[in-house]
Unconditional design. Sequence first.
Length: 281
Amino acid sequence: MIYPNRSQTTAAVAAHYDELDVFYREVWGEHVHHGFWATGRESRLAAVEALVDLVATRLDLAPGQALCDIGCGYGATAVRLAERHGVHVTGVTVSGVQATIAAAKSPSHGSITVLHRDWLSNRFPDRQFDRAYAIESSEHMPNKRRFFAEAYRTLRPGGRLAVCAWLARDRPRPWEARYLLEPICREGRLPSLGDEGDYRRLAAAAGFTVAECEDLSSRVRRTWYVGAGRLAGKLISKPRYLRFLLDSRATDRIFILTLLRLLLAYRTGSMRYCLLVFDKE
């Protein structure tokens, strides 16, 4: 497990997303996660929706099921799943800005409910959900053991958890940890960054059976090239982007450097992106 040299709290995660809210939505949109490029020719929107659809396939959804979106962002993923599969999604996010925007959404089929709440103290009853998923939110959890324990507790027998996660490579080299992975944790507000083995062990300790693990790294890394291009366009066309980067009071302006680290981390294989599926017997 990689840890930042300065502790990152849940409050810091919430503040990060609240401060960068407009930039995230203008540069990338309301799906705050990687895109999945099967051919490389997909549009940005098609790619992010393709990742959602891949998760839905792995969850094996059926109409009427109750789902939990752990770290639901702006609710775009929850809406897509509700409308396409007729499911009922409860989303939680620590970001007040995200919760407000997500709660205003109303799908044409199924339903969504959004709560401004920390998953690690979610207060849901035992066995409330048929399925749960976390798309790039487990990285932000200070206690990953509890992340899996809460998922196991709140899922019904026969339930399934899907996790899309940024992961460190197995046994990263010292320079990778020092110059890429540790700074990515610190600048990206990640309390820790696990590897595949860490996730497998923590899930098994919670009671899950590991159903599968797919390495999607080569299909998602284009996200950061597209994102960098879109950000460069905003810097040229919108002066407030440059003002933000030059504002010493903006604590999260460092994330533009993190973007460059992420490009290199994927290129060198220092970082992986995996879709893991866990079953509750």
